[in-house]
Design a protein around this ligand. Structure first.
Ligand SMILES: Nc1ncnc2c1ncn2[C@@H]1O[C@H](COP(=O)(O)OP(=O)(O)OP(=O)(O)O)[C@@H](O)[C@H]1O
Length: 798
C-alpha cells in the first residue's frame, strides 16, 4: 500500500521521468498547501446578548434591590448601582432583576448568598458567550467567575469547561478546594484510565490543565489534552493568572502567548475568561487584545490596589540577618503567627530558616515548628510537608522563594516579609496580597539592600533572558533553511505561485513559491548550540508566529530523530526498503550523497525532514516506521526508536536575504524593548521603595508609621495610574495620528520620536513639526513607554 501511494505521489510530482532526475524530484517534492482541519463549531451561549450588544442584567448598573418587608408587610424596592451590594447590611438579600433565577439558584447551590462586586457581571458575560477579563486582588473571589458558568453550562447540555492554570503542582489542591457541586478533573501524566474516560464521556464539568498540556511544550509529556474529536464540546475556557499572556507582564510565559490561538483554532473556543490579580491598565489592555475583547466592558473589574488592612514598611539595614531577627521579636511582628519570608535565592531560604530556628527559640510559646525553608529544589513530599504544616497553623514562619504561595488559600497569613527586593511592583503586590485575606490587619516589611545588591542580582536575571543579534541570526537560519521549491518549479516549467491558489496568503504572494515546509528544531541540541534557554527559544518562535506576517506556524512538539537497527544485517535493510517507502527514500538519499549503503544495518535520520521531503504527513511516516518493529526474521528483528524532543513548525524556505534580515531585526527589536522595559521597571521599583525606607527596622519594629505605609500605597497606585494616564492620552490620539498618516509605515520608535519632537531623516522636523497636535506633545511621558504602546498599536492595526 505504501509503495502504491508513494508511486502515485511520485507520478504526480514528475515520477514518470527516468534515472537520476526522477529520483531528485521524488526526493524533493513541493509540499502542497496545508489545510488545517476545521475546528468544531463554537458552543451556543446560554443567554443571547441583547441586540445592543449588552448582556442580560447589564442595565443593572441600576440594580433593583428588595428590602425586607416593613412592619406593615410592605416590600420596598430601591435602585442601586451595581457594585453597591457589598455595602448593604448583611440582613438584606439583594435580588437582582433580569439576572435569571437559575443563576441565583446555582449561587446558593455553591453555598453563597450574594455576589461580590464584579462577579455577576463577569458571570453574565460568560453565560452570554462574551470573552471577559477580570482583574481583582487576591482573595476577592475570581474563581466563582468560572465555576458558576461552568456549572450552568453543564446543567444545560453535555459540555466541559477548560481551566488553564500554571500551578501544576497545586492542581490537586485546587481540585479539592472546588465546590462539591462542581465535578472536576485535572490533566496530568498520572491520570488513570477511568479519569480519562470520565473526561471524554463529559462526566466532569471542569477540566484543569497546564498551558503546556494544551499547546504542547517541552515538558508536557503524556499529560496532554485528548484529541478534539474525543472531547465533549467546550463551553468556554478560563485562563488563570492571565497576566502571563502579556509579554509586558512581570510573569510572561511563552506557552501562554499561544494559548488563545490554540483554543480558537484547534478547539473552536470563542469565549475566553481571563483571571488575574495584578495587571496595570496597559497589561490589562494587552491581555484583552489577546483574548479578543473588543469592548471596554470586557474588562469586567479592575482593582489591583493594595488592600486597606495591609500595613507596609521598608528599611535599609546593613545587617539584614540581625534586623530580621529583631523585627520578628519586636512588638509589631512578635505576636504574629503564619509569616512568610520571601528570599530570591534557594540557598538563602535554607540559611535564613536555620537562623530563625536558632534565634527565635524560646521567645514565646512556640508552635510545633518555628521555621522551615520552601523552594522548588526540595522534593515534592518535603514541599507538601512544609506547606501542610503551614496551612494547619503548626509552622510559624516559612522562608521561601516565590515558588511558595501561588494558589495558596490561607486566609490568616498575618505577615509577609521580603528579605530581598521583589523584581517588580506587580510581584510585590501579588506577594504581599497573600497576607490578611481574611480582612484582619496584617503586616508587610521589605528589607532593601542599602548597597543596591539586590538590584544587581535582579538585573542579572534580566540580562540572562536576553539574546544578542548574532544568536538570533543563527536561530533564524535554523527556522528558515533554504528549500528547493524554486528549482523544482522552474524545472517543472513554471508551476503556480502560492498566490495563485486564491486562498488567503499572509506573506507577499508575488515572489513566494514555497508553501512552507515542516521542520524540527531539536530542543536540547539547540539550547546548547545557541546557549539560550528552552523558554527563551520558545518565546522567539512565538514572536514569529504572532507577527502579522505569521512567519511560522508552531505545531505540537515532537520526537524528530529516528533510529532503525536491523539485527538481520544489511540484507534486512534492503528488504525493509521494499515494504517501507520512507526507508527506501533514506537509502536513496544516502546513495545520492555518495555513501555506501550495501554494508549498512543502522539508519539514523530526521523523520520530520524526511516526511516533508516526501510530501507525506508526519504521523503517517512515523506509524509506518513503528510498524517495522513487528518484522520478525530468522536473523533477528528490527529495533525502531524515536528521540530528540523538538520544536515542530511550518516555515517558508524561500525567504530572500532582505526578508531574513527583516525577521532578525524584528526579533532583536522585541528582545531589546523587553530588556529596556524590565530594567526601567526595576529601577523605578528600587527608587520608590528607597523613598519610603527607614535607615533601620528599629524605627518600625514596635510601631508602624501609618504615613509611610500610605505613601508607599500611593506610589504603587501612582505606578498603575500613570500608565493609565498615558494609555488614556494615547487612546485618544492614536486613531487620529495613524489615520492621518495612513500611507506611512511607522515603527513604534518613529512614532515615539515624533511625539517627543525628535526629527529623523525619514520623519524630519520641518514636516512633522508643523503638526502641533502631536509634535512634542508627549514629552512628559517616558520615551520607552511610548515606543511600547505605539508598537502594540501598530501591530494591532496592521
Ligand atoms: N460571592 C461570594 N460570597 C462569599 N464568599 C465568596 C464569594 N465568592 C468567593 N468567596 C470566597 O472568597 C474566598 C476567595 O475566593 P477565591 O479563591 O476565588 O479568590 P481569588 O480571587 O481567586 O484569589 P487568588 O487570586 O488567591 O486565587 C474563597 O474562600 C471563596 O469561598
Amino acid at each position: 500500500m505504501y509503495m502504491q501511494k508513494f508511486q502515485l505521489k511520485g507520478e504526480r510530482f514528475g515520477g514518470a521521468s527516468r534515472g537520476r532526475g526522477r529520483f531528485e524530484i521524488l526526493l524533493n517534492v513541493m509540499r502542497p498547501d496545508y489545510e488545517r482541519p476545521a475546528p468544531p463549531p463554537p458552543m451556543e451561549p446560554l443567554y443571547l446578548p441583547r441586540e445592543d450588544g449588552r448582556v442580560q442584567g447589564e442595565p443593572l448598573y441600576v440594580t433593583v434591590v428588595t428590602f425586607p418587608a416593613d412592619v406593615k408587610g410592605n416590600t420596598k424596592i430601591k435602585a442601586f448601582r451595581l457594585g453597591w451590594c457589598h455595602l448593604l447590611p448583611g440582613n438584606f438579600t439583594p435580588s437582582i432583576a433580569e439576572i435569571p433565577s437559575e443563576v441565583y439558584h446555582a449561587l446558593r447551590d455553591f453555598g453563597y448568598k450574594s455576589f461580590r462586586p464584579g462577579q455577576e457581571k463577569a458571570i453574565m458575560r460568560i453565560l452570554s458567550g462574551l470573552s471577559t477579563l477580570v482583574v481583582l486582588s487576591t482573595g476577592l473571589g475570581k474563581s466563582l467567575c468560572y465555576q458558576l458558568p461552568a456549572y450552568l453550562y453543564a446543567l444545560r447540555s453535555k459540555c466541559i469547561t477548560l481551566v488553564v492554570s500554571p500551578l501544576v503542582s497545586l492542581m490537586d489542591d485546587q481540585l479539592s478546594g472546588l465546590p462539591p457541586k462542581l465535578k472536576a478533573a485535572c490533566i496530568h501524566s498520572n491520570m488513570s484510565q477511568k479519569q480519562r474516560e470520565a473526561v471524554k464521556a463529559g462526566q466532569v464539568h471542569v477540566l484543569l490543565l497546564s498551558p503546556e498540556a494544551l499547546v504542547g511544550g517541552g515538558h508536557a509529556g503524556s499529560g496532554c489534552l485528548p484529541p478534539t474529536d474525543q472531547l465533549p464540546p467546550v463551553a468556554f475556557a478560563c485562563i488563570d493568572e492571565a497576566h502571563c499572556v502579556s509579554e509586558w507582564s512581570h510573569n510572561f510565559r511563552p506557552c501562554y502567548l499561544r494559548l488563545c490561538k490554540v483554543l480558537r483554532e484547534r478547539l473552536g473556543v470563542r469565549c475566553l475568561l481571563g483571571l488575574t490579580a495584578t495587571a496595570t491598565l496597559s497589561t490589562a489592555l494587552d491581555i484583552a487584545h489577546h483574548l479578543d475583547i473588543r469592548d471596554q466592558e470586557g474588562i469586567a473589574v479592575r482593582s489591583a490596589a493594595v488592600p486597606h488592612n495591609l500595613h507596609l514598611s521598608v528599611s535599609m539595614d546593613t545587617d539584614k540577618d540581625q534586623a530580621l531577627v529583631s523585627l520578628l521579636k519586636g512588638e509589631r511582628f512578635g505576636a504574629l503567627d503564619s509569616i512568610i519570608v520571601y528570599c530570591t535565592r534557594r540557598e538563602e531560604t535554607n540559611r535564613v530558616a536555620a537562623l530563625l530556628r536558632t534565634c527565635l527559640q524560646g521567645i514565646r510559646k512556640p508552635l510545633k515548628w518555628m521555621s522551615e525553608a520552601y523552594h522548588a529544589g526540595l522534593s515534592a513530599s518535603e514541599r507538601r510537608r512544609v506547606q501542610n504544616n503551614f496551612m494547619c497553623g503548626e509552622l510559624r514562619v516559612v522562608v521561601a522563594t516565590v515558588a511558595f504561595g501561588m494558589g495558596l488559600d490561607k486566609p490568616d497569613v498575618r505577615a509577609v516579609v521580603h528579605y530581598n527586593m521583589p523584581k517588580s511592583f506587580e510581584s510585590y503586590v501579588q506577594e504581599i496580597g497573600r497576607a490578611g485575606r481574611d480582612g484582619e490587619p496584617a503586616h508587610c516589611h521589605l528589607f532593601l539592600d542599602p548597597e543596591g545588591g539586590d538590584l544587581h542580582e535582579l538585573r542579572r536575571h534580566i540580562y540572562a533572558d536576553t539574546v544578542d543579534h548574532y544568536t538570533i541570526k543563527r536561530l533564524v537560519q535554523r527556522v528558515f533553511p533554504p528549500c528547493k521549491c524554486r528549482q523544482i518549479q522552474q524545472r517543472e516549467g513554471g508551476g503556480r505561485s502560492v498566490g495563485d491558489t486564491g486562498q488567503s496568503v499572509r506573506v507577499e504572494p508575488a515572489q513566494r513559491v514555497c508553501h512552507t515546509h515542516e521542520r524540527a528544531i531539536p530542543m536540547e541540541e539547540t539550547v546548547e548550540a545557541l546557549d539560550v534557554t528552552e523558554e527563551g527559544l520558545e518565546t522567539l518562535l512565538c514572536y514569529l508566529e504572532l507577527h502579522p506576517q505569521r512567519w511560522v506556524e508552531l505545531l505540537h512538539p515532537t520526537l524528530s530523530m529516528c533510529r532503525i537497527m536491523c539485527y538481520g544485517g544489511p540484507q534486512q535493510v534492503r528488504k525493509l526498503a521494499k515494504v517501507c517507502p520512507p526507508v527506501a527514500v533514506v537509502l536513496a538519499r544516502r546513495r545520492l550523497a555518495g555513501h555506501k549503503v550495501e554494508a549498512c544495518d543502522f539508519l539514523e535520520f530526521d523523520v520530520v525532514e524526511l516526511a516533508d521531503t516526501m510530501g507525506w504527513q508526519l504521523p503517517l511516516v512515523k506509524r509506518g516506521l513503528r510498524q517495522l518493529r513487528w518484522v520478525t526474521e530468522p536473523g533477528g528483528g528490527v529495533h525502531v526508536e524515536f528521540s530528540a524532543l523538538s520544536f515542530y513548525l511550518r516555515s517558508y524556505g524561500d525567504l530572500t536575504s532582505e526578508e531574513l534580515d527583516g525577521v532578525c531585526a524584528f526579533l532583536h527589536g522585541r528582545v531589546q524593548a523587553q530588556e529596556r522595559t524590565q530594567l526601567r521597571q526595576l529601577q523605578a521599583c528600587f527608587r520608590a521603595f528607597r523613598s519610603v525606607a527607614y535607615q533601620s527596622c528599629g524605627s518600625c519594629m514596635d510601631e508602624l508609621d501609618e504615613v509611610r505605609s500610605l505613601k508607599l500605597k500611593g506610589l504603587l497606585a501612582d505606578y498603575f495610574e500613570k500608565r493609565k494616564e498615558l494609555d488614556a492620552a494615547w487612546c485618544g490620539r492614536k486613531g487620529a495620528f495613524l489615520a492621518c498618516h495612513g500611507d506611512e509605515k511607522f515603527s513604534g520608535r518613529a512614532v515615539a520620536r515624533i511625539f517627543h519632537g525628535i526629527g529623523s531623516p525619514c520623519y524630519p522636523a520641518q514636516t512633522y513639526g508643523r503638526d502641533r497636535r502631536y509634535w512634542r506633545k508627549y514629552l512628559r511621558f517616558d520615551f520607552n513607554d511610548l515606543i511600547r504602546i505605539a508598537t502594540q498599536e501598530i501591530i494591532r492595526t496592521r
